[in-house]
Design a protein around this ligand. Sequence first.
Ligand SMILES: Nc1ncnc2c1ncn2[C@@H]1O[C@H](COP(=O)(O)OP(=O)(O)OP(=O)(O)O)[C@@H](O)[C@H]1O
Length: 274
Amino acid sequence: MIEFQEVSLQFKHFQMKNISFTIPKGYVIGCIGRNGSGKTTFIKTMMDLYRPTTGQVLWNGALLDQQQKEKIGFVYDDFHHWKNTKLKTVRKLYERAYPTWQPQLYTQLLDTYGLNERQAIHQLSKGTRMKAQIALALAHEPDVLIMDEPTSGLDPVFRRTFIHQLRDWMAAREDRTLLFSTHITSDLEQFADYILCIDQGNVRFFLPTDELEERFVLVKGPVDAVRALNLPMESRNNQATALIDRTMTAIPENLYIERARLEDILYFLTEVSE
Ligand SMILES: Nc1ncnc2c1ncn2[C@@H]1O[C@H](COP(=O)(O)OP(=O)(O)OP(=O)(O)O)[C@@H](O)[C@H]1O
């Protein structure tokens, strides 16, 4: 369980203000939001890489300590700092840092991902660097896996394999938690239990995926009929589309209903409403 308790954080041009919410244990949480909305900042605050100006983040009721850190697999694109270091050297550091390191599992992951330990980090392509980080994070058998845009540099074939692998990873143990941010919202629709939507440094919503599907629908019809809803809408050739939150607005009988994908929800809540 990861608790944000009244967390505020101030950068020169960005702030998170008084954020409180709890990420339950044992679920897949997908984190979405537009560029610069604060996903990485949230993740880094969670991982104690950024200290909140006020408030705190608690892991199972306590501040993040070394013992807890060893149980977290953390993937984010900081590998370029290693430059000339060979993957083998990085692996040795991980072996030392994580008492639960599984050499066989790591070798298996290297094979599956087609990685070569003799290569220096700067010689790896963006996607391969990400694969190496994923292999390192999985090989110490973490309880919690936190990944910042792990799929952004992955080719579609490997991305699909990777999502299957994450499903298997979650299914292997009930108490595992997976949180990852992504712009590929379709990856989350069938997979995530919860969606965390970050918008301008705030939690726009944190809801179970099933509830989102039930709650939000697209309505389509003539511009005047959709405009009457007084909601943000998108129009083309006298036809318009709006997003309805069924808990707030009844669906008019004269409009068509369509399933709202996660991308539609993000679009209408954070772009059209601006
Ligand atoms: N160390 C920092 N110092 C100052 N400002 C920062 C720092 N880190 C992030 N920011 C600012 O915080 C805001 C949110 O950035 P963040 O990287 O968290 O967004 P994001 O949602 O992950 O974006 P993207 O989808 O583009 O990766 C941006 O305006 C960014 O410039």
